[in-house]
Design a protein around this ligand. Structure first.
Ligand SMILES: O=c1ccn([C@@H]2O[C@H](COP(=O)(O)OP(=O)(O)O)[C@@H](O)[C@H]2O)c(=O)[nH]1
Ligand SMILES: O=C(O)[C@@H](COP(=O)(O)O)O[C@H]1O[C@H](CO)[C@@H](O)[C@H](O)[C@H]1O
Length: 225
């Protein structure tokens, strides 16, 4: 039997973008199911997800991206997982390129590398920290160490002692996969997502990411492979 593909989308207050994202995901070939995890949203995210997804899990409160993905992973049936953010809108239809290397047996984890952001955001601190962390912990150079758009063979995640939390999730998954000897490929894709600007909410968002990434790095450093 061919491997089944489960798309898992964590969503926190995403009512404005989720419909377009889910319609684009529906256009991907060979998808077995679309699983949306509503991470304690206060808006109409769950209602929209129920209209367009195959499984919708609603968390009673906001638990962070890592926990949302882990919840989806526990409920998804597929042997191949496609993690996508809810804010990709029509760009989600490009995600088939993340699946092909896995389906053809060339990679165990694929990571989408986006082009440069369209507007000025942060100063590259969070991305830089994640990249240096991956290099330091695994010796591998990656550009898009934080990107949330990933194809993953389920077996890669099965040996994890603890699923990484919050916005440290991508870093944790990447380091685990590389330390375990899995093949991780970056795929350049002309995708864009909602970009945070050089304003207060943008700095708060990136500040949260910075501390999540730093916390994950410290935990991974203390817990060598
Ligand atoms: O507490 C949270 C924060 C974010 N997200 C989801 O995680 C993805 C990435 O979050 P966001 O777009 O805010 O991060 P960015 O990509 O801008 O760094 C999106 O689908 C969010 O809805 C989530 O499920 N729980
Ligand atoms: O792609 C990235 O490196 C960062 C920041 O992207 P932008 O500077 O906002 O385009 O965004 C991600 O980081 C999060 C983790 O901190 C992930 O959860 C998101 O999926 C991802 O888009």
């Amino acid at each position: 039997m061919a491997d089944r593909i489960s798309v898992i989308i964590p969503a926190f207050n995403e009512e404005h973008r989720l419909t377009t994202t889910l319609k684009a995901v529906r256009q991907l070939p060979h998808v077995h199911e679309i699983v949306v995890v509503d991470d304690g949203s206060k808006d109409g995210t769950a209602r929209i997800a129920r209209k367009h997804a195959d499984q919708v899990i609603v968390l009673p409160e906001n638990r962070g991206k890592g926990e949302a993905l882990y919840t989806g992973l526990c409920r998804a049936e597929g042997e191949i997982l496609l993690f996508l953010d809810a804010d990709l809108e029509e760009h989600a239809k490009l995600a088939g390129s993340l699946l092909r290397p896995i389906l053809f047996g060339d990679a165990d984890m694929t990571i989408a590398r986006f082009p440069s952001p369209r507007k000025k955001g942060g100063f590259g601190l969070v991305k830089g920290l994640a990249r240096s962390g991956v290099k330091w912990l695994t010796g591998t150079t990656l550009t898009a160490a934080l990107s949330g758009q990933r194809g993953i063979r389920r077996e890669v995640l099965e040996g994890m002692e603890r699923f990484p939390q919050g916005f440290g999730v991508e870093l944790g998954l990447t380091v685990h996969a590389l330390r375990s000897g899995y093949r991780v490929h970056e795929i350049p894709l002309p995708m864009h997502h909602r970009e945070t600007g050089r304003n207060w909410s943008g700095f708060v968002h990136r500040g949260k990411q910075f501390f999540a990434v730093l916390g994950t790095l410290i935990r991974l450093w203390r817990q060598p492979a």
